[in-house]
Design a protein. Structure first.
Length: 253
């Protein structure tokens, strides 16, 4: 329900308002930082923080299966480093679904349309907007699932001057991708280029505790990363047995 906050306890809404206000005070004039330079700053920030606490990144290192000890417990993964086969020791694995296709179930398909524009989007049909996000409720476009539209311009350092990069996405419900994204496509000016892709959406079959292999969900159709953040928190809870507390979300009295 679009207006369920009107009949829900007030603390949930107050916590979201508090988070928004605190985020506004962190950087610039927006509560969001991830679109700047695309998504590059998200993994970079994680890599830096991980290194501070002793993490090691091994880019372009192949995964060739898991290694178990005499008791059948996970103890590492097979890989290749500098042209030589080796075993990288570990006690747990966190992975996306494509690494363990036998441990996930397909739940649907995500349609994504990538567009290059040379004119700004005008959400109201009158006012140009260089960057923004629109979430079209499924009920307004004949679907059960929402349609997400996000576009970015030069100010976010993702496109040359005069050009804009736009991504539309939705969970498919049996129709053609361009038809199910039509409500979003109709909001855009003529496209210079347009690319359509359909990706499977997977979810793990189990919690991963027995094998110590914790698998995330696939990236869904949303463009605001809320569900991705919740999935990360869920991975931590499955691994540790208790939820992580990153910030104090209590409402000041």
């Amino acid at each position: 329900m679009r207006h369920r906050y009107l009949t829900s306890p007030s603390d949930v809404t107050l916590q979201k308002m508090k988070l928004y206000a605190e985020s506004m005070m962190q950087y610039g004039d927006s509560p969001f930082i991830y679109p700047l330079y695309g998504l590059g700053d998200l993994p970079q920030a994680f890599a830096r923080l991980s290194a501070v606490y002793g993490g090691t990144f091994m880019l372009d290192t192949p995964f060739k299966g898991i290694v178990t000890d005499d008791d059948g417990e996970l103890c590492g993964i097979n890989s290749t480093v500098e042209g030589k086969d080796c075993v990288l020791k570990c006690k747990s694995i966190f992975a996306s679904p494509d690494y363990f296709p036998d441990k996930v179930d397909k739940k649907g398909d995500i349609a994504r349309c990538y567009c290059i524009l040379n004119a700004p989007v005008m959400p109201d049909g009158k006012t140009p907007c260089e960057s923004g996000q629109i979430i079209i409720p499924g009920a307004e476009c004949g679907k059960k699932n929402d349609v997400y539209v996000m576009w970015m311009g030069k100010s976010l350092s993702v496109a040359p001057d005069g050009y804009y990069y736009c991504i539309l996405s939705t969970l498919l419900e049996g129709g053609a991708p361009d038809a199910e994204l039509a409500a979003g496509l109709n909001l855009l000016p003529p496209r210079v280029k347009q690319f359509m892709a359909v990706d499977p959406y997977f979810e793990p079959k189990g919690d991963g505790k027995d094998e110590q292999i914790f698998i995330s969900k696939s990236y869904d159709a949303t463009s605001h990363f809320e569900t991705v953040s919740l999935d990360c928190l869920n991975l931590y809870e499955r691994y540790s047995g208790s939820p992580i507390t990153l910030v104090d979300n209590s409402v000041d009295q």
